[in-house]
Design a protein around this ligand. Structure first.
Ligand code: PGA
Length: 256
């Protein structure tokens, strides 16, 4: 089971260091859960220094990295540069897609992450609900399926176990309007059937996450779904108590 905390651009350096020190004490006690923190990029090294970080406990992810390795790319940082600092990277978050990142950009970033052996979690999600009383809304479904297929199209089947796919309905992000667990289960079932048809049974080897207004009151409802292997948590991940509670809940499900 995997729990990723996406801190987005929320905490200042001082807030990030306070949050990290509160998390460290508790998170290191948690067993059976892969816990990944994605702070703002420039705060990762100060947090690691404060933690006397070694690569065995909690892992770190970048929230986005460039597809190129090195060169004239002002403002960018590459998988190649970050490979000794983080073990993972989030790719194609909807907030980046809304800012202009295309599915081709996402595919190129994914290829770079795999090349430099950073574990990628690629985000996909529809803009408006795609299911209404069991009926599919064709335009939204096509959008979601196209995004998912574009992620898998450039991969070999042997890459699937290295990949995380975070299903984050865009309408459920940030606003406290989490998708109902039954909705998530049904969309993921349909996605897995469609993707297995096209890409083969190894689609099941992907780590499937849910994200969108996850907090400690609803986390278990998603984690109990057979379709879901973990969570991508945004705003609740910068509240120490909330995030620790989510990780404890995940751990208690693993040990059941
Ligand atoms: P949220 O964000 O938990 O604040 O909805 C999730 C995400 O954007 O990854």
């Amino acid at each position: 089971m995997t729990i990723i905390g996406n801190w987005k651009m929320y905490p200042s350096l001082s807030d990030a260091l306070v949050l990290a020190s509160r998390l460290k004490q508790e998170l290191e006690k948690i067993r059976g859960v892969e816990i990944v923190l994605a702070p703002p990029l420039p705060w990762i090294i100060p947090i690691q220094e404060q933690w006397h970080y070694h690569k065995h406990g909690v892992q770190f992810a970048a929230q986005s990295l460039a597809a190129a390795d090195q060169g004239a790319y002002t403002g960018e940082t590459s998988n190649y540069f970050m490979k000794d600092i983080v073990g993972q990277v989030i790719i194609g978050h909807s907030e980046r897609r809304q800012a202009g990142e295309t599915k081709e950009d996402v595919a190129a970033k994914l290829a770079s992450a795999l090349k430099w052996k950073l574990k990628p979690t690629v985000c996909i999600g529809e803009l408006r609900p795609v299911l209404d009383g069991g009926k599919l809304e064709p335009i939204g479904w096509h959008h979601l399926l196209t995004q998912a297929k574009a992620v898998l199209a450039g991969l070999k089947e042997s890459d699937f176990p290295k990949l995380g796919l975070a299903y984050e309905p865009v309408w459920a992000i940030g606003g406290g309007k989490a998708a109902r667990p039954e909705y998530v289960a049904e969309v993921l079932d349909r996605l897995m059937i469609a993707l297995t048809d096209e890409f083969g049974p190894n689609v099941k080897e992907i780590t499937w996450l849910y994200g969108g207004s996850v907090d400690s009151t609803n986390a278990v409802d998603y984690l109990r779904l057979k379709e879901v292997d973990g969570l991508l948590v945004g705003s609740a991940s910068v509240k120490a108590k909330e995030f620790i509670q989510i990780c404890h809940l995940a751990s208690s499900l693993v040990s059941q």
